[in-house]
Design a protein around this ligand. Structure first.
Ligand code: HEC
Length: 153
């Protein structure tokens, strides 16, 4: 009997890490980024703040740099708060799909799967379209919304 309980506990211990598998930048998001985004948002691309200084017309054709965790997070948290979510959204949260959604995959299925990976990684309730400051009828992001962001490295 004790043996069986021990065995059960061992199996549970083995199963728990598999169930609670947490998405990380290193194992889930960076490989996805390298497959789908890096050809444009590469290390030699201008950093966000330099990109912001470009003329609007030039900026429209120039992808900003996003290839490291801190670069990527600047489009999630600050200064480009919510840009990642607004551009990748499939239209279900924002009403209109973001213009980077197309790059998530070659089919609806692949795009949906990859979007889900990024959403799970960001965290439950972290998929928000808000900017740092209010714009028109959309309020600025709240502390409560920011606290939902997990985005483990
Ligand atoms: C074919 C090139 C190309 C690919 C591939 C691409 N992008 Fe972009 N991206 C651009 C260009 C050019 C811009 C700047 C023009 C614009 O704002 O739409 C941009 C802008 C963005 C922005 C907006 C930045 C801001 O502050 O407004 C985000 C976020 C973004 N891309 C994320 C991604 C992600 C994530 C992927 C991969 C799923 C991706 N992009 C794939 C070319 C690309």
């Amino acid at each position: 009997m004790t043996k069986r309980i021990t065995l059960t506990l061992m199996l549970v211990a083995l199963a728990v890490p598999a169930m609670a598998q947490e998405r990380t930048w290193r194992s889930d998001v960076k490989p996805l980024f390298d497959a789908k985004c890096i050809q444009c948002h590469e290390a030699t691309a201008p950093e966000y703040n330099d990109w912001e200084l470009l003329d609007e017309k030039v900026r429209d054709e120039t992808p900003p740099r996003m290839d490291t965790y801190p670069h990527f997070m600047s489009y999630v948290v600050w200064p480009a708060t919510g840009a990642m979510m607004r551009r990748l959204d499939d239209g279900k949260t924002s009403g209109k799909a973001g213009n980077m959604h197309q790059y998530l995959g070659d089919s609806d299925e692949e795009r949906g799967k990859n979007l889900q990976i990024i959403k799970e990684w960001l965290g439950d309730g972290a998929w928000n379209m808000n900017r740092w400051q209010a714009r028109n009828e959309v309020p600025g992001i709240s502390k409560e919304q920011l606290e939902k962001i997990k985005a483990k490295y």
